[in-house]
Write a protein that binds this ligand. Structure first.
Ligand code: FAD
Length: 484
C-alpha cells in the first residue's frame, strides 16, 4: 500500500518534495495555512497590476530545467522564459552601471569604470564557473548528513577558498569601490555579509554574469503555478486554508497532523514551514534545537517591501534596479553586527512591467521596492512611512523624475507580516544565512534526530536560502525519505 505522506506548507521546497514523493508512488497531501500556494513566492493581483510578493530574480535556469526534466517535462511546458537584456542596473550616487546579458558587454562596462579591469574579471568569472560546477553539480546535491560530504578532490584542492572571504577576493582584484559592490552583490542572496562569506561562493558571480538573469512571462508565480499543476498531475492532494496546529508523536514516531482541529493520520510527516516554527508544533521533548540554538544563528535579513501601482510609464528604469547610492558596508553592519533600522538604506526596485506588459495595465508600471533590514526589528506604520519617504525621494532624484503623484495604490509588508503570514522566525525573509559555520552538515537537519518518520525541508535546511536551493532541498529530502 502507498505510504501516506503529509507535508506542511506549499513553498518551493514543499512543492518540489511533493512532486518527487508522489512520483515515487506515495500518497502525498499538502496542508498550507494560507489561501494560496507558493509560500514566500505568492502573488498579489490588484487593479490589473501583478506583483510577485517575494522572489523576483530568476537565476540558475539550469536548476529549474533539471527539476522539470526529472518528471519528463521542461520549463517550456509551464512558462515562457526570457533572458533579460540588460540584466540589471546599479544606481550609484554619481553614475549608473549597466550589467549586460553576456560577458563581452559586462567587460566593456567594467573597462569604462576601471581601465584594465576586464582581464581580472574574466579570470574571476572563470574561477567562479569552476566553483559553480563543483558546488551546484556535486556539493549541494548532498543531504548534509556528514562533514565528509564536503571532502572531494575538487574541494580539497580549493580548501583555501573556504577560509578566505568573497570580500577579500574581490578587493584583491578590483580597486574601484563601485566594481567591488557590483561583485559583492550576488552573495547577498546567500543571506550573509560578503565579508563573512567564503570566496568559494563566487559561484554566485557565475550565476549572475555567466548564466544571466531571466524572467518567466507573467512573473515568478508562473513557476509556482507550473509546480502546482505538475504536483496535481502526479496525484498530490493540495489543501489550502489548512493550518497545521500540531505534529502528533506516539512512542517516538510521527503519527498524524492536527489540521484545523482535525486529525490527519500519516506514515511520514515532512515540514516545509520554517524549521523553528515546525518544531514548536511538537511537544518540548521532541524538539531537537533549543531557543538558545536559534538565537545564536545568523539569520538572513528581513525586508520592508512596498508594492506600488503607478498610473504612468516611468523613465530611466530597468526591470531590476539596485540603488547602491549610499554606503554598502554601513548598511550591512546595521543588518548583521548592530541590528537597527538603517540610517541610509540601500534598496532594490523591481519593475517587471518594463519588459513584460502583461504585469501592468496599459501605460502603467508595476513597482516593487525592497529594503533589506535586520530580522526582529520593531515594525510600525510610522517606521514604514518614514522609510518609504526616504527611498521614494532618492528614487526620484536618481532617476530624475517625479512619481509620487502617480501612485494609484501602495501596500507594504514587513517583519510583522512575515511572522503572521509564514510563521517566520523573527520575521526573517530568506531563512538562515549560508556562512561557513552554517553550511551543509552544519545546518538544521533534514531528518529529525528525535522523532522517527519526521523530516524537514526548505531554506533553513540544506542547501540554503533562495528559490533554486529550495527546489534542491525538496529533492534531497524526498531522496532521503525514499532511502530510509
Ligand atoms: C521578499 C523576498 C525576496 C526574495 N527574492 C528572491 C529572489 O529574487 N530570488 C531567489 O531565488 N530567492 C528569493 N527569495 C528567497 C525565496 O523566496 C525563498 O528562499 C523560498 O521561496 C523559500 O521557500 P521555502 O519552501 O523554504 O519556504 P516558504 O516559501 O516560506 O514556504 C513555507 C510555507 O509553509 C507555510 N506554513 C507555515 N506554517 C504553517 C502551518 N502551521 N501550517 C500550514 N502551513 C504553514 C507558509 O504559509 C508557507 O507557505 C526571496 C524571499 C523574499 C521573502
Amino acid at each position: 500500500m502507498a505510504r501516506k505522506i503529509s507535508i506542511i506548507g506549499s513553498g518551493f521546497s514543499a512543492l518540489s518534495a511533493a512532486c518527487y514523493l508522489a512520483k515515487a508512488g506515495n500518497d502525498v497531501s499538502i496542508y498550507e495555512k494560507n489561501s494560496t500556494v507558493g509560500g514566500r513566492a505568492r502573488q498579489l493581483k490588484r487593479d490589473g497590476f501583478t506583483f510577485d510578493i517575494g522572489p523576483s530574480w530568476y537565476w540558475m535556469p539550469d536548476i529549474f530545467e533539471k527539476f522539470f526534466n526529472d518528471f519528463g517535462k521542461s520549463t517550456k511546458d509551464y512558462y515562457q522564459l526570457d533572458k533579460l537584456s540588460p540584466a540589471y542596473k546599479i544606481f550609484f550616487a554619481d553614475e549608473v552601471i549597466t550589467i549586460g546579458d553576456h560577458m563581452d558587454k559586462i567587460c566593456e562596462e567594467f573597462e569604462r569604470i576601471e581601465t584594465g579591469s576586464s582581464k581580472p574579471l574574466r579570470a574571476f568569472i572563470a574561477k567562479a564557473q569552476d566553483n559553480y560546477d563543483i558546488a551546484i553539480n556535486k556539493i549541494v546535491l548532498r543531504p548534509g548528513l556528514s562533514p565528509l560530504e564536503l571532502v572531494t578532490k575538487e574541494t580539497v584542492s580549493r580548501v583555501d577558498q573556504f577560509f578566505k572571504t568573497i570580500s577579500s577576493e574581490v578587493r584583491k582584484n578590483f580597486k574601484n569601490p563601485k566594481l567591488v559592490s557590483t561583485l559583492e552583490f550576488p552573495v547577498l542572496f546567500l543571506g550573509a555579509k560578503p565579508s563573512n562569506t567564503p570566496s568559494f561562493y563566487s559561484f554566485m558571480n557565475f550565476a549572475d554574469f555567466g548564466l544571466g538573469t531571466w524572467h518567466p512571462k507573467g512573473g515568478m508565480y508562473e513557476i509556482i503555478k507550473g509546480m502546482k499543476a505538475l504536483a496535481e498531475s502526479l496525484g498530490v492532494n493540495i489543501h489550502v486554508n489548512a493550518e497545521v496546529e500540531k505534529i502528533v508523536v506516539e512512542d517516538g514516531e510521527a503519527k498524524a497532523l492536527i489540521v484545523n482541529s482535525e486529525r490527519k493520520d500519516s506514515d511520514i510527516i515532512l515540514s516545509g514551514a520554517d524549521y523553528h516554527h515546525s518544531e514548536t508544533l511538537l511537544d518540548d521533548t521532541y524538539r531537537q534545537y533549543s531557543e538558545a540554538y536559534w538565537k545564536k544563528k545568523t539569520f538572513a535579513p528581513s525586508c520592508l517591501l512596498f508594492y506600488i501601482g503607478f498610473d504612468k510609464k516611468l523613465k530611466n528604469i530597468n526591470h531590476h534596479n539596485l540603488f547602491f547610492d549610499t554606503n554598502f558596508e554601513t548598511h550591512a553592519e546595521e543588518i548583521y553586527d548592530d541590528p537597527k533600522w538603517p540610517k541610509d538604506p540601500l534598496f532594490y526596485v523591481n519593475f517587471p512591467s518594463v519588459t513584460d506588459p502583461s504585469m501592468a495595465p496599459e501605460n502603467c508600471e508595476t513597482g516593487f521596492f525592497l529594503i533589506p533590514i535586520a530580522p526582529d526589528l520593531e515594525d510600525t506604520e510610522q517606521l514604514r512611512k518614514q522609510y518609504f519617504d526616504i527611498i521614494i525621494n532618492r528614487f526620484e532624484k536618481r532617476t530624475n523624475q517625479s512619481v509620487q503623484n502617480n501612485i494609484i495604490f501602495k501596500e507594504s509588508f514587513c517583519v510583522k507580516d512575515f511572522i503572521k503570514e509564514y510563521n517566520s522566525y523573527k520575521g526573517n525573509a530568506y531563512g538562515m544565512a549560508n556562512t561557513l559555520m552554517q553550511t551543509a552538515f552544519l545546518r538544521p537537519k533534514l531528518k529529525s534526530k528525535k522523532v522517527k518518520d519526521l523530516y524537514f525541508t526548505g531554506q533553513l535546511t540544506v542547501p540554503g536560502p533562495g528559490v533554486p536551493p529550495s527546489l534542491i532541498s525538496g529533492k534531497l529530502v524526498a531522496d532521503l525519505i525514499e532511502k530510509n
